[in-house]
Design a protein around this ligand. Structure first.
Ligand SMILES: NC(=O)c1ccc[n+]([C@@H]2O[C@H](COP(=O)([O-])OP(=O)(O)OC[C@H]3O[C@@H](n4cnc5c(N)ncnc54)[C@H](OP(=O)(O)O)[C@@H]3O)[C@@H](O)[C@H]2O)c1
Length: 261
């Protein structure tokens, strides 16, 4: 029997251009781990974050570990102009886009009764509005990549949250933004699957990153998911054929409830 090997997603095997991915919020945490796994698969990358130092450090590590092209774009996704710049920079460098990873996001605790409108706007701008704009601006490049490789198509993967599936008290705007992001992924697949483009939301419980570092008094860090758990799923999605549409993947923490944040 022939050995089973992971498909080569780099694009080298069929002498086509290498595949490329754009990962937002990839200077650290889940986004960095996703970028790392994709670089390990030979993908060329554009990565973005607000802080230049952290971003350039991530670029250096990825280049030296994997020898792939990694293009950094400093951008605050709360600004529409920066959102456009991220997509334009990827297009200028690579021309097409096989995988768009909508990872950058902000957490903000606050009940419906108490959350300020200022914080509500920030969370919705970064976690939803910017994702909508990124997808809208990147769609021509995603369609182009899907037309080049019709068997694999092109994908959008969005980091939602288990809070977008089962609401949690005290995360009013965050949960709403993630629930809407899951819906956005479903709509995109319905509208674009015929063009070879589909979208998947990934909805994890607590993952051990900077975002959850301040929760160590309420949630045992050791019980949290690993960024690598999420990154593995992104790589798996990138191996699927265009026939497979995956709306949402929920990752629960091990424990007494099946959807455990
Ligand atoms: N950690 C969890 O428990 C968990 C659970 C479920 C879902 N998620 C989701 O997973 C995603 C990644 O979370 P994480 O835990 O890896 O977060 P993290 O450790 O806080 O990292 C966030 C990344 O996004 C960038 N970023 C933050 N705000 C930005 C903005 N306004 N514009 C551009 N880039 C920005 C950060 O870099 P700069 O600070 O330099 O901008 C960093 O690279 C988020 O969407 C989050 O909601 C996380």
């Amino acid at each position: 029997m022939a050995p089973v090997t992971a498909p080569d997603i780099s694009g080298n095997a069929d002498s086509q251009p290498r595949r490329s991915a754009l990962v937002t919020g990839a200077s650290r945490g889940i986004g960095y781990e996703i970028a790392r796994r994709l670089a390990g698969q030979g993908c060329e990358l554009t990565i973005s974050a607000r802080r230049r130092d952290g971003l350039l450090e991530a670029v250096d590590k990825l280049r030296s570990e994997f020898g792939v092209n990694v293009h950094p774009v400093v951008a605050n996704l709360a600004n529409d102009a920066d959102v456009a710049e991220v997509v334009n920079a990827h297009e200028g460098r690579y021309g097409a886009l096989d995988l768009l990873v909508l990872n950058a996001g902000v957490g903000a605790a606050g009940t419906v009764a108490e959350l300020s409108v200022k914080h509500y706007d920030l969370v919705l701008n970064v976690n939803l509005r910017s994702q909508f704009l990124l997808v809208q601006k990147a769609l021509p490049m995603l369609r182009k990549a899907a037309a080049t490789r019709p068997s694999s198509g092109a994908r959008v993967v969005a980091l939602a949250s288990i809070t977008g599936v089962a609401a949690e008290a005290g995360l009013s705007a965050y949960g709403a933004s993630k629930a809407a992001l899951i819906s956005l992924c479903e709509t995109l697949s319905l509208e674009e699957a015929a063009n070879g483009v589909s979208a998947t939301a990934i909805s994890p419980g607590f993952v051990a990153t900077d975002m959850t570092a301040q929760m160590d008094k309420t949630v045992d860090v050791d019980s949290m998911l690993r960024a690598s758990d999420v990154a593995e799923l992104v790589v798996a999605l990138s191996h699927l054929s265009a026939k497979a549409v995956v709306p949402n993947i929920v990752i629960s923490r091990a424990g007494p409830a099946i959807w455990r944040a």
